[in-house]
Design a binder for this molecule. Structure first.
Ligand code: FDA
Length: 396
């Protein structure tokens, strides 16, 4: 079988690329349904982009690589596509845009746009050997158990990263890159809960509160969530992308710094209240109990000497913790690192050394913040490759 463009991966990036590449394009995926991560994203309502997309909110060994694609096909371009399709959306918080209804509306849009542009989508199709041949690539596929060899002028790799293997994530993109002599930067689970093996937070499991989570590189003011295994919530997920094993993180449970001055004032006037109860006016009650017992504070507020309130102040403003690890690929929302961008042309996503070979989406070493940034990278990089392929075909 001969086609112009073969796209590996019918996820966010692969389908969006097909919609712009046009022409005889085949998109294949080993999953039984397309774009499963889009479907489950954002709690089923797909946080499809963010109003505050900025290159600084993406991690990459080259902090400039993603600028071009993000600027040329920005959040407004995707918002426009979603709006024209009649998909209602709203801003939840911090610029995060979610569908009003189910995320399957976005999956349906991606599939129908790819089809309208002339793409076939083969699901339950597995990839075997890939060879570079005169005029393109020869790829061995197995479709529902039947072997088929496809010759394609162009090959787009959009098979995503390693996060959540249960959902079909594989390292195929990295294997293909290495086969063609391209380097892959270290890959790590990112946007992932951090764990404490001693189970110290298990009694607090389910407790959430606003906080600042910080380390030497970055700080995020959002909610944190205590879990059986450790810490989660948006502030922790964000920080996980900037954290390395063995390092401390700092939690500020009282970013405005008003809690201890208020407790000091209350000590003189209304001191006949248990210290944990007094503290629970500033942090959730279960957390207040935990902190009081951890610091050995008992009795009433009136019984607390200045030194005890100073220790409490330290705990509320700079609680140093050293997580043992993260929940890993099992729950990570994305993969940090990936195909080294030195090999790619940032305007087209084509590899410099292997003409006709493109990498887009999460498999590339570009990782966004939590909140719609990673889908925007999928759309922008896919658009860059898709429009470049369409233009190359017109020129030929
Ligand atoms: P994606 O993973 O979407 O697609 C890759 C496709 O390739 C998949 O269909 C897969 O089956 C296929 N594939 C993999 N290996 C293959 C192989 N060997 N052979 C054939 N096919 C293969 N981001 C965001 O911006 N907002 C959000 O709300 C969320 N929410 C969210 C929730 C959860 C639970 C997760 C795990 C992730 C998110 N994300 C997110 C991240 C977002 O889902 C992710 O960044 C994009 O889906 C990446 O798009 P890609 O197309 O690159 O990969």
């Amino acid at each position: 079988m001969q086609i112009d463009t073969l796209i590996l991966g019918a996820g966010a990036a692969g389908l969006y690329c097909a919609a712009y590449a046009g022409g005889p394009t085949l998109v294949i995926d080993h999953a039984k349904r397309p774009a499963e991560k889009v479907r489950i994203s954002g709690g089923g309502r797909c946080n499809f982009t963010n109003l505050e997309i900025a290159p600084e909110r993406f991690l990459s060994a080259n902090p400039h690589f993603h600028r071009s694609a993000l600027a040329r096909h920005d959040q407004w371009a995707f918002i426009d596509r979603v709006s024209r399709a009649g998909i209602g959306w709203h801003e939840k918080t911090l610029g995060q845009l979610f569908c009003n209804g189910k995320s399957t509306a976005v999956v349906d849009l991606l599939v129908s746009d790819a089809g309208a542009a002339g793409a076939d989508i083969w699901l339950d199709t597995h990839t075997g050997s890939i060879e570079q041949v005169d005029g393109g690539f020869r790829v061995a596929l197995s479709r529902a158990g039947h072997p088929i060899t496809v010759s394609a002028r162009r090959l787009v790799v959009a098979t995503g990263g390693k996060s959540i293997p249960k959902m079909g994530a594989t390292g195929l993109a990295y294997d293909i890159a290495r086969q063609f002599g391209l380097t892959v930067t270290e890959t790590r689970p990112a946007l992932v809960p951090l764990t404490f093996t001693d189970g110290r937070f298990a009694p607090l499991s389910g407790t959430a509160c606003p906080a600042r989570a910080a380390n030497v590189r970055m700080s995020f003011d959002e909610a944190i969530l205590f879990t059986h295994r450790g810490l989660s919530g948006p502030a922790i997920l964000q920080l996980s992308s900037y954290w390395r094993e063995g390092e401390a993180i700092s939690l500020t449970l009282d970013p405005a710094g008003g809690a201890v001055p208020a407790l000091r004032a209350d000590r003189a006037r209304h001191g006949r209240v248990k210290i944990a109860n007094a503290l629970s006016r500033h942090v959730p009650a279960r957390l207040a109990e935990h902190i009081a017992s951890d610091l050995g504070l008992s009795g009433n507020l009136a019984d607390q000497p200045d030194a005890a309130l100073a220790r409490l102040s330290d705990r509320l403003t700079d609680w140093r913790l050293v997580p043992q690890g993260s929940e890993g690929w099992r729950t990570a929302e994305v993969t940090l690192g990936g195909i080294d961008t030195v090999h790619l042309d940032g305007r087209t996503m084509e590899t410099k050394a292997v003409p006709g070979l493109y990498f887009i989406g999460e498999c590339v070493d570009v990782t966004g913040w939590l909140g719609g940034y990673n889908f925007q990278w999928a759309w922008s990089s896919a658009w860059a490759a898709g429009t470049a392929i369409a233009a190359a075909r017109t020129r030929a």
